[in-house]
Ligand binder design. Sequence first.
Ligand SMILES: CCCCCCCC(=O)SCCNC(=O)CCNC(=O)[C@H](O)C(C)(C)COP(=O)(O)OP(=O)(O)OC[C@H]1O[C@@H](n2cnc3c(N)ncnc32)[C@H](O)[C@@H]1OP(=O)(O)O
Length: 172
Amino acid sequence: MKHAFVPPADLEPLVRHPKATGPGQHIGLHHSTCFGCGDDTPLGLHLKVIAGDDLSVTAQMPVVDWMQGGPGVIHGGVLSAAFDEVTGTAPLLIGAPVVTVHLEVDFAKPIPLGSTLHFEARILGKQGRKIYLAASAHLGDPEQIVASAHALFVTIDVQKHFAEHYDKRVIL
Ligand SMILES: CCCCCCCC(=O)SCCNC(=O)CCNC(=O)[C@H](O)C(C)(C)COP(=O)(O)OP(=O)(O)OC[C@H]1O[C@@H](n2cnc3c(N)ncnc32)[C@H](O)[C@@H]1OP(=O)(O)O
């Protein structure tokens, strides 16, 4: 699949955090009203991201009617949000809370309503506070990739980063 993203050649190798969620286990929510993973949002992706046994994660997402963009197929922004969530959760495996600074998505095939997307994301490496990731999605056959993504996240101090906006939050 063609893409424009080129990670640096000198990425630092990484290891799992000793307290990282175990392989096959659900990685905890960012927060309960997160659009990507929260349980308490009426409209949200409700993604359950599962830790792999290395520096990877997986998730599944049923493609339901409200996600429609073109007739009968998923909206590209919804798919991008799912990639954002899945890639943004993976750095918790190395104990790093992050926010997205760059996300690119390659759309290879139309993704029909009624299908189930299977995501896989993996950490490629780190450079200072920057964490590089790659992800892909298929509809049940891992050999048939329907979309892929590359992302750059930056580690943050969660308390400081969200301090200004936390009091303006809307809990649905
Ligand atoms: C708790 C986690 C919830 C996760 C939810 C799911 C993921 C999300 O959707 S997060 C929401 C969307 N993202 C955001 O809101 C982030 C908005 N951006 C910011 O707040 C700031 O840019 C922030 C804090 C990330 C970085 O700012 P700051 O701390 O000043 O660092 P800064 O020096 O600018 O950038 C750090 C490094 O990243 C690089 N960088 C920053 N943005 C980019 C970019 N778009 N492309 C390439 N590199 C970038 C910088 O060049 C710098 O590199 P180096 O260390 O080599 O000099």
